[in-house]
Design a binder for this molecule. Structure first.
Ligand SMILES: [Zn+2]
Length: 242
C-alpha cells in the first residue's frame, strides 16, 4: 500500500476549487489521502440580490467547510476581499507560511490565464508561495517542498489551457456531487449552471480518457507548467505510443 499524500486545492473564491477539481479530491479522499481546500476569498461578491453580503459570506464558509468534511478534510479561508485580492509581498509570504504549516505534497489551483483577475492572481500567489516556502528561510517555520503544482480546468481560466493529466473520477463522482451541493452557487447561481457544466465536462473528458482506459466514464483534467512539462519529458527509443 502506498503512503498517503496530502493534496491541497486552492481557489480564488469558495466553489472554484470544489467545482473544478473536487472529483479528484473526492477520489483521493476515498484512497485515504489527506485533503485540504483553501479559498483566498470567501466569494462573497457573488451574493444574490435577496441575500446580503455578510450572510452570504457566512453561508459560503459553512458550505465549503461541509464540503471538506464530507471528504474527511479541512477548509481554510484566507479571507481576502472578493475581487480585491492584493498583489503584495504580504500575501505571497502569508501563503508561503500556510504551505510551511500545512505541508501539502501536491497543490491544485487556477491556470495562470484567466479573465478573472482574482483567479490569475491566485495562480501567481500559489507559485510564489511554493517557491518561498521551499527556498526563502523563515524564522519560525521549517522549509517545505511541494512536489507538484497542477492546474485545474475552469471555463473562466481557459486561455492557453492545455490538458496534460487526465484523472479517472468515475467512482468518486457521486461523493463529489453530493458534497459540492453544500455550496450555494453550485446549483443556485443565476449567472451560470456550475454543477451542470462540470458534470457534463467530466463526461466529455471521460470519453477522451476512455481512449486509453476503457472503463473510464468520467475524468477531470489538469495542465502543468512549462517547467514541469520539461521535467516530465522522456527520451524514448522510437516514436511508438506506449
Ligand atoms: Zn472564482
Amino acid at each position: 500500500m502506498r503512503k498517503p499524500i496530502h493534496i491541497m486545492a486552492v481557489g480564488a473564491h469558495i466553489l472554484d476549487a470544489e467545482i473544478t477539481c473536487g472529483m479528484t479530491l473526492a477520489k483521493h479522499s476515498m484512497l485515504g489521502d489527506k485533503i485540504t481546500t483553501v479559498a483566498i476569498t470567501a466569494g462573497e461578491g457573488g451574493h444574490p440580490d435577496n441575500i446580503d453580503i455578510e450572510t452570504f459570506k457566512k453561508m459560503n464558509i459553512e458550505g465549503a467547510t461541509k464540503f471538506a468534511k464530507a471528504l474527511g478534510g479541512n477548509f481554510i479561508c484566507m479571507n481576502y476581499p472578493d475581487s480585491g485580492v492584493p498583489e503584495t509581498e504580504e500575501i505571497y509570504n502569508a501563503f508561503a507560511d500556510l504551505i510551511r504549516r500545512e505541508k501539502p505534497d501536491i497543490i491544485l489551483t487556477h491556470w495562470s490565464e484567466s479573465f478573472h483577475e482574482d483567479h490569475s492572481l491566485t495562480s501567481k500567489i500559489v507559485r510564489m508561495g511554493v517557491r518561498r516556502a521551499a527556498y526563502v528561510p523563515s524564522e519560525t517555520l521549517p522549509a517545505h517542498f511541494v512536489r507538484s503544482v497542477l492546474y485545474a480546468e475552469n471555463w473562466e481560466d481557459a486561455k492557453d489551457f492545455i490538458p496534460f493529466k487526465y484523472v479517472d473520477v468515475t467512482d468518486s463522482f457521486d461523493l463529489w456531487r453530493e458534497a459540492v451541493q453544500n455550496i450555494y452557487a453550485s446549483t443556485r447561481s443565476t449567472y451560470f449552471d456550475y454543477l451542470g457544466y462540470y458534470d457534463a465536462l467530466s463526461l466529455t473528458r471521460g470519453y477522451l480518457a476512455a481512449i486509453h482506459k476503457k472503463d473510464c466514464k468520467r475524468a477531470e483534467c489538469f495542465a502543468i507548467s512549462e517547467m514541469d512539462r520539461f521535467g516530465q519529458k522522456q527520451i524514448k527509443n522510437d516514436l511508438s505510443f506506449e
